[in-house]
Ligand binder design. Structure first.
Ligand code: GUN
Length: 296
């Protein structure tokens, strides 16, 4: 079997068109959604993510407030900025790009963000609400994965789903979303990680494999069954002298070999990546609506 490729760019473009229309409607009511992005330091990958997020806001008509701070910024100054943004009525969403440079206390910063503006869905209040199945901002990457599965017609209910990776940003929240007792959940979920004894034992049984380990070639063709659905969340830079920038992006999955066994698979780039930013825009619009007392 050769897999059908899930075109994340196309799904994201469809969703962004829907959102753009919603932003235009809100503007007629005098409401302009605003997103503040905070980037501390010079990490190249973080810089390119942040630039992409800001560009996407502009395309959508969302106000984007750019806050770039030196790597040696103090915890106090960062906390003061978060407080200022919490109190700014033009700002509906606050995103502090992770990871923060060493020496800064990430947990303390995330806890300081007003949960009503936590469009990343990282605040413990939003995490808790998500776990118990209450309305909450869903973290963008796992929410994007869910949208890709749904919009590709994948049956999630009852599916043996194996997530490789247990990060707070992807693995843990996705597992929680997929076990919710609702139409986009009801999956049977196994979470594998660096201490899993026999990763292939688990992935071979899976109807859906989500790779979010942050390591190239974590999932290879011998590790999956025929007809599997594969979602690759990995974004890894590998040296490539043939490229002008000296590297290319690869996922966590051996794409070329696995696509010969899978029924559906996401590429890297062009799979999950475009969806993450789309879900951030979605949460920001939702936050602006809630702030104005308008229900979706
Ligand atoms: N770093 C990697 N992914 C993300 C994300 O979705 N949000 C934030 N704030 N930082 C990240």
């Amino acid at each position: 079997m050769t897999a059908q490729i899930i075109d994340g760019k196309q799904v994201a473009a469809d969703m962004r068109a829907e959102l753009k229309a919603e932003v235009a409607e809100l503007k007629k009511k005098g409401i302009v959604p605003g997103l503040a992005v905070v980037l501390v330091g010079e990490d190249p990958a973080s810089k390119s993510y942040v630039t992409a997020k800001e560009r996407a806001c502009e395309e959508m008509g969302i106000f984007s407030d750019d806050n770039r701070l030196d790597a040696d910024t103090s915890q106090e100054d960062l906390m003061a900025l978060v407080e200022k943004l919490n109190n700014d009525p033009k700002i509906n969403g606050i995103l502090v790009q992770l990871p923060l440079p060493k020496g800064l206390n990430e947990a303390e910063v995330l806890l300081a963000i007003d949960p009503a503006k936590d469009v990343d869905g990282f605040h413990p209040v939003n995490v808790g609400k998500m776990v118990v199945g209450e309305k909450a901002f869903l973290p963008c990457t796992p929410h994007g994965v869910l949208q890709l599965l749904m919009r590709s017609g994948v049956t999630i209910e009852g599916a043996e789903t194996v997530i490789v990776g247990r990060s707070n940003i992807v693995g843990k929240p996705l597992a929680n979303m997929l076990i919710q007792k609702n139409p986009t959940g009801n999956a049977t979920v196994t979470v594998c990680h660096t201490r899993t004894k026999d990763l292939a034992y688990h992935t071979k049984r899976a109807d859906i494999v989500v790779a979010a380990a942050g390591r190239p070639n974590t999932v290879t063709a011998d590790m999956v069954k025929d007809g599997v659905v594969v979602i690759d969340v990995g974004v890894n830079r590998v040296e490539d002298a043939t490229k002008k920038r000296g590297y290319r992006l690869v996922g966590d999955v051996d794409f070329e070999a696995v696509k010969e066994k899978a029924s559906l698979i996401t590429p890297v780039p062009g799979g999950v990546g475009p969806m993450t930013i789309t879900m951030l825009l979605y949460n920001t619009v939702e936050s602006a609506r809630r702030a104005a007392g308008i229900e979706a």
